[in-house]
Design a protein around this ligand. Structure first.
Ligand SMILES: NC(=O)C1=CN([C@@H]2O[C@H](COP(=O)(O)OP(=O)(O)OC[C@H]3O[C@@H](n4cnc5c(N)ncnc54)[C@H](O)[C@@H]3O)[C@@H](O)[C@H]2O)C=CC1
Ligand SMILES: O=C(O)[C@@H]1CCC=N1
Length: 264
């Protein structure tokens, strides 16, 4: 089997890395096309894949095709490739807002599509992906696509109506987490800690906390309570975070993210 990417930017690169490292595909079986030469050179040098400036070359060469361009280029790319897409090919999309019905209309024929939303922690093998198939994808094909996605992430098959939520809670959320880490590190630097060390402390605390949620199965509130000693340091910080509206800020930010996804 051969895998192709149209668009070889940040997200495609992160996906390729995990897929090749975990031997889901060998580099000689991975193809990528991009209009921008530095993008092509980057993935060629990093992963040793075949690259081309012609999207149709990639469509013709592969069994599974990932559309990894920005949402605003989806329509022109689909127009360019639709006559070359074969009925037995699997198409994976990664753009927010591009629904299965929108995609079906643009392809104008029966095409097997799995709509997904990955995230950039794929780059370090810790991605999270939501996936939803259209009616032409068999159970075995969906399982196969999930195996590919597992090369760089955990995978959940979800109903399409939750896809905009997945954009907010995992597609975009690494950006909010990076801001949180940056803010904690700024505070530590203010207190006198060297910056590199501050990032290490803050990032490891976030990673360990996330692992506790995933591995203990305990409610996040219970885990928070375990940190808050009576009359201790943490509860003072928690009080300020509540006063400054941390929860509300996060919820409003994610509502804005969902609205933006719906508008694409
Ligand atoms: N960056 C992220 O965290 C995530 C991105 N996505 C989605 O992944 C897709 C790609 O995003 P990024 O990788 O971040 O963007 P990017 O800008 O890093 O990469 C897109 C690539 O597509 C190329 N390109 C543009 N027009 C093209 C065309 N007509 N034919 C071939 N290549 C073309 C560009 O030269 C660029 O290298 C988008 O739909 C985005 O919404 C999804 C989840 C997370
Ligand atoms: O910001 C964006 O539009 C893309 C989709 C999810 C993450 N990045």
């Amino acid at each position: 089997m051969k895998l192709g990417f149209i668009g070889c930017g940040n997200m495609a690169g992160a996906m390729m890395g995990g897929i090749i490292k975990n031997n889901i595909f060998k580099s000689e079986d991975v193809y990528g096309s991009d209009v921008f030469e530095p993008s092509r050179e980057r993935v060629k040098n990093m992963y040793g894949i075949h690259v081309s400036d012609n999207n149709v070359d990639v469509v013709d060469a592969v069994d599974v095709l990932v559309l990894a361009v920005k949402p605003q280029y989806y329509e022109s790319v689909i127009t360019q490739i639709k006559d070359h897409v074969r009925a037995d090919q699997l198409i994976i999309t990664i753009a927010p807002g591009k629904t299965l019905s929108w995609l079906a209309e643009k392809f104008g024929k029966d095409v097997k599509i799995v709509r997904t939303m990955p995230n950039t922690p794929a780059l370090v093998g810790e991605g999270m992906t939501g996936a939803t198939p259209n009616e032409f994808v068999t159970e075995a094909e969906l399982k196969y696509v999930c195996e590919i996605l597992s090369g760089f992430s955990k995978v959940e098959v979800i109903s399409e109506k939750l896809m905009d939520t997945v954009v907010a809670v995992s597609g975009s959320s690494p950006a909010y987490v990076f801001m949180f880490i940056e803010a904690m590190a700024d505070a530590a630097v203010e207190q006198g800690m060297p910056r590199a060390q501050a990032y290490k402390f803050a990032a490891q605390a976030v990673m360990g906390s996330a692992k506790m949620v995933l591995e203990t199965g305990k409610h996040p509130g219970e885990l928070k309570d375990m940190v808050c000693s009576p009359a201790g340091t943490t509860i003072k910080a928690v009080r300020v975070l509540e006063k400054e509206g941390l929860r509300s800020a996060v919820i409003e930010a994610m509502d804005a993210c969902v609205d933006a996804a719906k508008g694409m």
